[in-house]
Design a binder for this molecule. Structure first.
Ligand SMILES: *[C@@H]1O[C@H](CO)[C@@H](O)[C@H](O)[C@H]1NC(C)=O
Ligand SMILES: *[C@@H]1O[C@H](CO)[C@@H](O)[C@H](O)[C@H]1NC(C)=O
Ligand SMILES: *[C@@H]1O[C@H](CO)[C@@H](O)[C@H](O)[C@H]1NC(C)=O
Ligand SMILES: *[C@@H]1O[C@H](CO)[C@@H](O)[C@H](O)[C@H]1NC(C)=O
Ligand SMILES: *[C@@H]1O[C@H](CO)[C@@H](O)[C@H](O)[C@H]1NC(C)=O
Length: 476
């Protein structure tokens, strides 16, 4: 499973693409002219005229690691070039790799310059291709380190001495020492001066915003209070370093027990350690996110139940975001697993995935075109064709040149979203229109299963597990 050498292909790509010209290029999105993306009510706006920004995006967690090897940089260029050719304007990726074989941060406060230069390159290329970057600062899960690695560092920190008797990865959210490591990571990344562009990350308009963590969850405090207090500490801290970029916690959208939360709407109706509403109201939080993996979250249910869950999940978050948050909402990850077909029937898994893609994008467009808070998303995950990429396949990959149907669905959606932006510019009132009542969806009394909560929690982790698996393979 080791990625194969791709020197020949890469050198051809590098010759064909003037990536060294990053500084002089100016793109439609992420360009220097328009400044930082801002939030006004439930809209993202940019530029002096407050142009409304709708986001058509993708996930590619592998960009920094790939670019840390100069011989592999052509792949990053290809990813951005393909995305841009399909009208996309947002990439979500990792600005962390904690410990392990290819660390950005090998131990607290110790950084690897080759990885940082990889991230520099990614940011410069994103700007050149007119693509905003949503950069995530650590992981809830063990891939690329994450909170388990942070807690391990604290356990091994002899200098810090006694008092750090940490027993679980959940201590990440509560230990003063671990929180100091995390804050140092935030500060180091945000104050980094890009070696390609000369611009400090915190001043770079190509960066859409910061995500505090990929998919925070917590078993120690399942109703959401601990993650919330962590967000309430970290978000204002981040803003003291970078008051200009947008910030979001990185939530999947699970409801806790705060006011207006409805845990019955969660997969299997149980807690995952986060509050959707209260945590998105934390000081310094600018926009909300949800993720969407109906088939793995509700493994073992019928297609019909999953479809109903999808409608409920989307509609309830649109409604709650509008009613209780008044900020924009992005579906920062969604995917349909290709390798295990739970549905059978005549349609193949790819065709079903493409239909799912269309359904999600239609829901986004429906909200955006009505002035609702759901104004964009990013599918999980974009891969390239050919050399060295097979090891990154995780059953969710979309390879634009090969997956023609998916590619055309994405292009068409990007186009429609760009048209909305133009319409807003022509008639600004549309952008201020209120979200009308969401479709009423109800009467699913029979859908809930009697599966034990722990089994359910495990099943919900499936999505992350499968995705962990791929990154593991990628790291081998
Ligand atoms: C938000 O948008 C409205 C309507 O376009 C405008 O009147 C208002 O000044 C904007 N607010 C900010 C803080 O930019
Ligand atoms: C660490 O915590 C565990 C569980 O709370 C406890 O049993 C153990 O005695 C503690 N160890 C030290 C050295 O404090
Ligand atoms: C958080 O830390 C405090 C102080 O060390 C402790 O009293 C509390 O039990 C911890 N909370 C959780 C949920 O671990
Ligand atoms: C849909 O939402 C309603 C409440 O709004 C809830 O009673 C029902 O169980 C939900 N169904 C699913 C499939 O999530
Ligand atoms: C899946 O079905 C679609 C539409 O029916 C078809 O175009 C495609 O070739 C099929 N793919 C595979 C791998 O069988």
């Amino acid at each position: 499973m080791r990625p194969r050498a791709a020197a020949a292909v890469i050198s051809v790509l590098l010759l064909a693409v003037p990536w060294h010209a990053a500084r002089t290029a100016s793109a439609a999105a992420g360009g220097e002219d328009e400044g930082m993306v801002r939030v006004n009510g439930t809209r993202f706006v940019v530029g002096e005229g407050d142009r409304t920004l709708y986001l058509s995006g993708f996930n590619a967690y592998w960009l920094m690691e790939m670019a840390s090897d100069p011989s592999q940089r052509g792949k990053v260029v290809s990813a951005f070039r393909q995305a841009s050719a399909h009208g996309m304007n947002l990439a979500r990726t990792w600005a962390f790799s904690d410990g392990g074989d290819r660390p950005l941060q090998s131990s607290p406060g110790v950084y690897h310059e080759d990885m940082f230069q990889g991230l520099d390159f990614v940011i410069a290329e994103a700007r050149r291709h007119g693509i905003y970057l949503l950069l995530c600062l650590t992981n809830n899960f063990d891939d690329f380190g994450g909170r388990r690695q942070y807690v391990q560092w604290a356990r091994e920190d002899v200098a810090a001495g006694v008092g750090h008797n940490l027993t679980s990865a959940d201590d990440f959210f509560n230990s003063t020492l671990v929180k100091s490591y995390y804050k140092n990571h935030v500060k180091t990344v945000l104050t980094r001066v890009n070696t390609v562009t000369g611009v400090a990350y915190r001043d770079d308009p190509a960066i859409f915003g910061w995500e505090l963590m990929n998919e925070p969850r917590c078993n120690a405090e399942p109703t959401g209070a601990l993650v919330q207090s962590w967000v309430e500490e970290m978000s204002p801290y981040l803003k003291t370093i970078d008051g200009n970029h947008l910030v979001t916690p990185g939530l999947e959208g699970f409801y806790g027990d705060g006011a207006h939360e409805s845990k019955e709407l969660n997969p299997w109706g149980i807690y995952y350690g986060t509050n959707y509403i209260a945590t998105h109201r934390a000081p310094g939080i600018d926009f909300a996110t949800i993720h969407l993996y109906p088939d793995v979250w509700l493994w073992g249910t019928t297609a019909d139940q999953r479809a109903r869950f999808f409608r409920n999940w989307t509609a309830s978050h649109v409604r709650d975001t509008d009613a209780h948050l008044g900020v924009p909402l992005l579906v920062t990850e969604y995917g349909k697993f290709l390798w295990v077909d739970q549905e059978g029937g005549g349609e193949n898994a790819t065709a079903r995935r493409d239909r799912f893609l269309g359904t999600v994008l239609d829901a986004i467009y429906e909200s955006a075109s009505r002035g609702g808070p759901l104004v964009g998303g990013a599918f999980w995950q974009l891969l390239l064709d050919g050399d060295g990429m097979d090891a990154l396949k995780d059953g969710y990959q979309i390879v634009l040149p090969k997956d023609e149907r998916a590619a055309s669905i994405i292009s068409e959606h990007s186009q429609k979203m760009a048209e909305l932006s133009d319409q807003d510019a022509a008639a600004p009132a549309r952008g201020r229109r209120r979200w009308s009542e969401p479709r009423k969806i109800g009467g699913f009394g029979a859908w809930r299963s009697s599966t034990h909560p722990y089994v359910q929690r495990f099943l919900v982790c499936f999505g992350s597990l499968f995705r962990s698996f791929s990154s593991l393979l990628g790291a081998l």
